[in-house]
Design a binder for this molecule. Structure first.
Ligand code: SF4
Length: 429
C-alpha cells in the first residue's frame, strides 16, 4: 500500500486534522433529523444515596464541572428546546438524583409537550410515607396544569447497592412510595428498575413488603401485582462496570447480559435501528424505529446525540435551535457513521485500530459511555473520521470542497482503514 507523503503528517496534529476533515466534507442528499426520539435530561449531578456501583460516581460532592444543575432560565430554555425537538419521550434521569431538583421536575411536568415522560429516581424521599404522599400530590398537580399532559411513569431504582448504600433506600422505603401512590392515585404510573443480577431478589423482597405477587412478563420484565390487582412494572437492566462500579469485582457481571446482547434488536435485522436515533425504553420488545435523534442534555449544560456524538463535538446549550444543533452534529462523518452503521460497527473498526482502548471501553458494559470511551484518543478519532468520510465520499453521499489534498485522499482507493491502523499503532508506511 502506498499513500502520498503529504498525508502522513495528518496524525502529527490529530485534533486539527479532524477539524480539517469535518470542514472539508460536504454531505449531500442525506437528511438531518428535524425531531427527537428519546430526550434525556439530567437535572443534577449530585445524589444523597452515594451507591457503591454508581455509574456517575454521584454523591453530594460537586465534581469539577463548572455547574451541577441548570438554572431556572436555562431550564425554561431547555424546555423550549425539548418541545421544539418534538421528541417521542422525555427521560428525566441520570447524572445524579433528579428529585434534588424537585421544582425542575414540576416545571417539566407542567410545560413539556412530549407525549411520554419517564422519571427515574432512587426514591430516597420515601423514608416517610407522608412525605412521599406530599411529593406525589405535587407532581400530580403539576401534570394537571399541563394542557396536554404526557403519559408519565415514575420509576424507582431498586437493587442491592441502593439498599446497602451509605444512606440507603431500604425495602420499606420503596414500600412507602408504593403505598403513597396507592393513596394518592395520581395520573401517572409507578414502576421500578433494577439490575439483572438482582432478579428474583429485589422483586421478591418488594412483593413481600407489599403483600404482592410477582408475575413474569418476559426475560427481563416482571410485574409486582398488588392485592387489588394493580401491576407495577419492574425492568432488569444490564449491570454496568462504569463510574464507581469499575472498582467492584468483575464477577458482578455474572447474571447480566452484555450490552451487545441486550441492545441487539437495535443493531440487527433488516430494519436496522441505531441507538443514536432510537433509544430506549429499557423494556425489551418495545424498541421502535424512529426518524428522530436521541439527545442527552447534561446538568452542566452540555448536550449531544446519545451514542452518536464524538466527545469533542458536544455542544454547550445556549438556547440553540434544534435543527441547527443537529446540523452541527451531523456535519461530523462519525455521527453519520454511527447513525447509518451503529455503534458495534464503530467498535469493530476501533478493535483493529487500538485494541487496548476497545477492550477497556467494552469491559464497562455501559452503552452510555461506549462511544465516548472508544473515541477518547485523539488519533483514534481522527482515524475514524477519515474512514467514515471516505465511505461517504465513495458512496456518493459527500464531496470534499476547498481542500484538494484532502479531496484526493478521501477519493482515492487507498485502504484508509489499514493505513490508519498502521499509523495509530505507530507504524508509518
Ligand atoms: S441513587 Fe442512582 S444516582 Fe444516586 S448514587 Fe445510586 S446509582 Fe448513583
Amino acid at each position: 500500500m502506498s499513500i502520498d507523503a503529504g498525508h502522513g503528517t495528518l496524525f502529527d496534529n490529530p485534533k486539527e486534522s479532524r477539524e480539517r476533515v469535518i470542514r472539508a466534507v460536504c454531505h449531500h442528499g442525506v437528511t438531518v433529523p428535524d425531531r427527537g426520539s428519546s430526550f434525556f435530561i439530567h437535572l443534577s449531578e449530585l445524589c444523597p444515596v452515594a451507591c457503591e456501583h454508581c455509574m456517575y460516581a454521584s454523591d453530594l460532592t460537586r465534581k469539577e464541572t463548572a455547574k451541577d444543575s441548570l438554572s431556572r432560565p436555562e431550564l425554561d430554555a431547555a424546555i423550549d428546546f425539548i418541545n421544539a425537538s418534538r421528541s417521542e419521550k422525555l427521560n428525566i434521569t441520570g447524572g445524579g438524583e433528579p428529585f434534588l431538583k424537585f421544582q425542575s421536575i414540576l416545571r417539566l411536568l407542567e410545560r413539556v409537550s412530549v407525549p411520554r415522560v419517564e422519571i427515574v429516581t432512587a426514591g430516597y424521599w420515601g423514608k416517610q410515607e407522608s412525605r412521599a404522599e406530599r411529593l406525589l400530590r405535587r407532581m400530580d398537580e403539576a401534570l394537571s396544569r399541563n394542557p396536554n399532559p404526557p403519559e408519565t411513569l415514575l420509576r424507582l431504582s431498586i437493587d442491592r447497592y441502593h439498599i446497602e448504600a451509605p444512606r440507603p433506600v431500604e425495602i420499606p422505603h420503596y414500600g412507602n412510595v408504593a403505598r403513597a401512590w396507592q393513596t394518592v392515585r395520581p395520573a401517572f404510573a409507578l414502576g421500578f428498575r433494577s439490575i439483572q443480577p438482582d432478579m428474583d431478589i429485589v422483586d421478591t423482597a418488594l412483593a413481600r413488603e407489599l403483600a404482592a405477587t410477582v408475575e413474569t412478563v418476559n426475560d427481563w420484565n416482571r410485574r409486582i401485582v398488588l392485592p387489588d390487582g394493580t401491576g407495577l412494572p419492574i425492568t432488569f437492566n444490564v449491570f454496568r462496570l462504569s463510574g464507581k462500579a469499575a472498582e467492584l469485582r468483575d464477577d458482578l457481571l455474572e447474571g447480566s447480559q452484555t450490552i451487545k446482547e441486550y441492545y441487539a434488536p437495535f443493531e440487527s435485522g433488516s430494519n436496522r435501528l441505531s441507538l443514536a436515533t432510537a433509544v430506549n425504553d429499557a423494556i425489551r420488545g418495545a424498541y421502535a424505529a424512529s426518524a428522530g435523534a436521541a439527545v442527552t442534555l447534561n446538568s452542566d449544560g452540555t448536550f449531544w446525540i446519545f451514542a452518536g456524538t464524538a466527545p469533542d463535538r458536544r455542544l454547550m446549550f445556549t438556547g440553540q435551535d434544534f435543527g441547527e444543533a443537529m446540523g452541527h452534529f451531523f456535519q461530523d462523518p462519525i455521527t453519520r457513521f454511527l447513525v447509518d452503521e451503529g455503534m458495534w460497527a464503530l467498535a469493530d473498526i476501533i478493535a483493529a485500530l487500538d485494541p487496548a482502548t476497545h477492550a477497556a471501553a467494552v469491559a464497562k458494559n455501559d452503552v452510555a459511555s461506549l462511544v465516548e470511551d472508544l473515541l477518547a484518543p485523539d488519533g483514534v478519532r481522527l482515524a475514524m473520521t477519515l474512514i467514515a468520510a471516505q465511505r461517504t465520499v465513495h458512496g456518493g453521499r459527500a464531496t470534499v470542497e476547498g481542500d484538494p489534498q484532502m479531496a484526493e485522499l478521501l477519493a482515492s482507493e487507498t485502504d484508509l482503514r489499514a493505513w490508519c491502523t498502521d499509523t495509530v499503532r505507530g507504524v508509518r508506511l
